[in-house]
Ligand binder design. Structure first.
Ligand code: PGA
Length: 248
């Protein structure tokens, strides 16, 4: 039985003061039940997460990770550095990184590999644009994105990753994939992983992301292949984030 996992993606939001209010609100209201919770924060706030979350059941992580272990890569953050501050997760291949920072499938795969090799859990994001969906290219798009990652990870490493299906047109737009639409893609992704490693596929947490809110979370999370959420906007208010966790 896969546990549900709800991860907040704060994106480029926050301040020491605001984070403190948000984190203490999450910790105060979080009940360890069927779902695990984590927040992925801007790198400068990892130390704050470590200080405020270390004794709690809420995990934390980064929103990106370098494909390289160390060296002359100005601006990059290595997996070992995320781990140094107690991180469990690193989001890789978020559509905003793909769109605004030119990350292609191969680079995303290298980042996932660097994370796994260091002992971090990469949350590998895939998803189609509206144009791709309307052109009937959803399946081919997400399968190519996933395949690049499957090509670089060995069979055992597939047990150490989390996937997130985030249709680009649903991110921050208030438009959500219907539960049936999301389920269809999640099942497809799981089948593709199963071709490499059936046990890993059966155990893999595949999260949905894209305007998930307390109001729509229950129906999405009731789908057999939706194992949690990657939450943007609604992760910035403790009440909303907790509402989604409760729906799981
Ligand atoms: P959203 O973002 O919940 O604000 O749509 C999700 C994400 O980008 O991870």
């Amino acid at each position: 039985m896969r546990r549900k996992l709800v991860i907040g993606n704060w994106k480029m939001n926050g301040s020491r003061a605001a984070n403190s209010v948000l984190l203490s609100g999450i910790v105060a209201g979080f009940k360890s039940g069927k779902a695990d919770a984590a927040v992925c924060v801007p790198a400068p706030y990892l130390a704050q997460c470590e200080a405020e979350l270390a004794e709690t059941p809420v995990a934390w992580g980064g929103q990106d990770v370098s494909a390289y272990a160390a060296g002359a890569y100005t601006g990059e953050v290595a997996a070992s550095m995320l781990l140094d501050f107690g991180s469990k997760f690193a989001i890789v291949g978020h559509s905003e990184r793909r769109a605004y920072h030119g990350e292609n499938n191969e680079l995303v795969a290298q980042k996932a590999l660097a994370a796994v090799n260091a002992g971090l859990v990469p949350v590998v994001c895939v998803g189609e644009t509206l144009q791709q969906r309307e052109a009937g290219k959803t399946a081919v798009t997400v399968c190519l994105q996933l395949q690049a990652v499957l090509d670089v990870l060995d069979t055992a490493a597939l047990e150490k990753i989390v996937l997130a299906y985030e249709p680009v047109w649903a991110i921050g737009t208030g438009k959500t994939a219907t539960p049936a639409m999301a389920q269809e893609v999640h099942a497809l992704l799981r089948k593709q992983v199963a071709e490499r490693n059936a046990a890993a596929a059966a155990g893999m947490q595949i999260l949905y992301g894209g305007s998930m809110k307390p109001e729509n979370a229950k129906d999405l999370l009731a789908q057999p292949d939706i194992d949690g959420g990657l939450i943007g906007g609604a992760a910035l208010k403790a009440e909303d984030f907790l509402g989604i966790i409760e729906a799981a």
